[in-house]
Every structure is written in C-alpha cells, then in structure tokens.
Write a protein that binds this ligand. Structure first.
Ligand code: SAM
Ligand code: SF4
Length: 265
C-alpha cells in the first residue's frame, strides 16, 4: 500500500489493551483516562482477521503494544494466531517488561520474533517514581529472560526529557552496553501541544519515511499518532478502514487528543 506521499505503508501497531500494570507520569495523565469498556475491546478473532486482511494488502510487520500487552488475558494465544498468518515477516511487541520473566519463553514459543522493552532508569527509587511504584528488578529479570529465550534482538526504549546525557539515560546506556543491547532514546512527547521529535535510531517521528498505521484496542485505525482522524474496522469494515487510513495519512503529524496510552507510543 502506498499513500498520497508515496510512502509504503507496511507496518501495523496494534494496541491489544489500554490497561497497564504501571502508571508512568508521561503516559498516564494525572486525572486518569477513560478506559475502553471490556465489551468494546477487539476479540482475538477480530485482530486476526484485521492482520490477515492487512497482510493481504501489503503489511509485513506487526507490533503488539498497549497499555501493557502482557496484561491482556490469553496474549500467548493471540501471538500464536498471528504468527500462523502466512506473509507476516516481523511479529514483535513493546512491553514494560514487568511480567516478562515468566512470559519470555512462552512468547518465543508462540512465535514472537523480537521485543522492545521500556527502561527509563536502572535506579530502583527513580524507577518507582517514574512508573508510579514499579519494581525495576522485575524488568531486569524480564530482559534477562527475553535474551535467554532467543527473542532477537531485544531492544530497550528509554524516554528522556531532553537528551541521552541525563543521569537516568546514562545509567541505561551503561547497562545496555554491558549486556550488549541496543537502546533507542525517545524524547518525551506532549501530544496535547503536538510537541514531538524524531526518535533517535528509528523511523518513529520522521514523518517523511513513516510506514505505519495504528490500531486502538477498540478497533479504530489511526493514520497518525499526531492526528485525530480514524476509521473504525467495525463500522466501515476492515478493508475499507485500512484503505481510508492509508489514503488519509497526513504528510506530517500535528496534534492529538488520543494520548499515547491509548495508541501505544
Ligand atoms: N506498556 C508498554 C511499554 O511501556 O513499553 C507498551 C506501551 S507504551 C505506551 C509504548 C512506548 O511509549 C514506551 O516505550 C513508552 O516509554 C513510550 N511512551 C509513553 N509515553 C510517552 C511520551 N509521553 N513520550 C515518549 N514516549 C512515550
Ligand atoms: Fe504503562 Fe507503558 Fe504507559 Fe508506562 S509507558 S504507563 S508501562 S503503557
């Protein structure tokens, strides 16, 4: 699929839940967010059908995200269902790593290829502050388990306020170097004001080479993280919603009322 700006669209990021077992200050607004009702969340069959149609239209890469994808009940079954779709070349996930110690190997066995794990600091007290009470040792065990399970590559996502020179980011860089892992530093975005930056070492935020569509946990396809336009697979049908999303992809992002928590960062 090509959009109006001749960008090839081959990457689907699917939020499989808007729930999370952490509450990072930059992701969850203090006033909280209205969660999608359980009856509104896409079923595994709906996600499988969406991915099968998307692959038929040229999508080759699917990332499962959230909220926290590992809190979605039955996530291993979903991974297996998607891995079995012929034509998927890259099936990956972004996770906060909290539950990964126990999930890494079953995920690999279910067909997940690789994983990005979010880690903003290796300092336990700072991690508790940033994530609203999380335990960094669980994430570090999760990273270890992911490496041992053969998820390849394991990459780290580290959100920074301004630059990778901040103390927390340096700590993560040192840890990653010692483990031989790649880190992507992501400057903290503010969706309300439309302030976002290209992600260092990735095509995220580089509008001119953007190849992705985003799917919310209730089945709305968003052509861009920084745009409020969406097309619903339930109302318009999968193929039409996908086609309209590609046709309406903006040349560059602007601002969004949706929030990263809903659309998966
Ligand atoms: N819960 C999973 C996790 O934390 O990896 C997946 C969903 S999370 C929304 C996806 C990514 O978005 C994470 O790497 C997170 O750090 C990043 N993120 C969340 N809020 C952000 C913000 N305001 N600016 C930049 N990145 C953000
Ligand atoms: Fe949860 Fe990930 Fe958002 Fe943190 S960044 S609150 S772990 S969804």
């Amino acid at each position: 699929m090509f959009d109006r700006f001749n960008r090839r669209i081959h990457y689907l990021r699917i939020s499989v839940t808007d729930r999370c077992n952490l509450s990072c200050g930059y992701c969850m607004p203090e006033e909280g967010i209205p969660f999608v009702g359980r009856d509104q969340i896409l079923s595994f069959e709906e996600i499988r059908d969406l991915v099968a149609v998307a692959v038929g239209m040229g999508v080759t890469k699917v990332r499962l995200t959230g909220g926290e994808p590992l809190v979605r009940r039955g996530i291993l079954d979903l991974v297996q269902m998607l891995a079995e779709i012929p034509g998927i070349k890259d099936l990956c996930m972004t996770s906060n790593g909290i539950l990964l110690r126990d999930y890494a190997l079953p995920l690999r066995q279910a067909g997940l290829g690789r994983i990005n794990i979010s880690l903003d600091t290796v300092d336990p007290a700072r991690f508790r502050d940033i994530t609203g009470g999380g335990d960094v040792s669980q994430v570090l065990e999760g990273i270890e388990a992911a490496r041992n399970a053969g998820l390849q590559p394991v990459k780290l996502n580290c959100v920074v306020t301004d630059s990778p020179d901040e103390p927390d980011a340096r700590g993560v860089a040192n840890y990653a170097r010692d483990c031989g892992l790649e880190v992507r530093f992501i400057r903290r975005m503010d969706l309300k004001t439309g302030q976002f930056w290209p992600i260092m070492g990735s095509d995220g935020g580089h509008c001119e080479i953007c190849s992705r569509l985003r799917v919310s946990s209730d089945g709305r396809i968003f052509p861009c993280l920084f745009d409020n336009t969406f097309f619903s697979i339930r109302e318009q049908g999968i193929e039409t919603a996908l086609r309209l999303a590609v046709e309406n992809k903006p040349g560059a992002g602007n601002r969004s009322d949706m929030g990263i928590h809903t659309l998966g960062g």
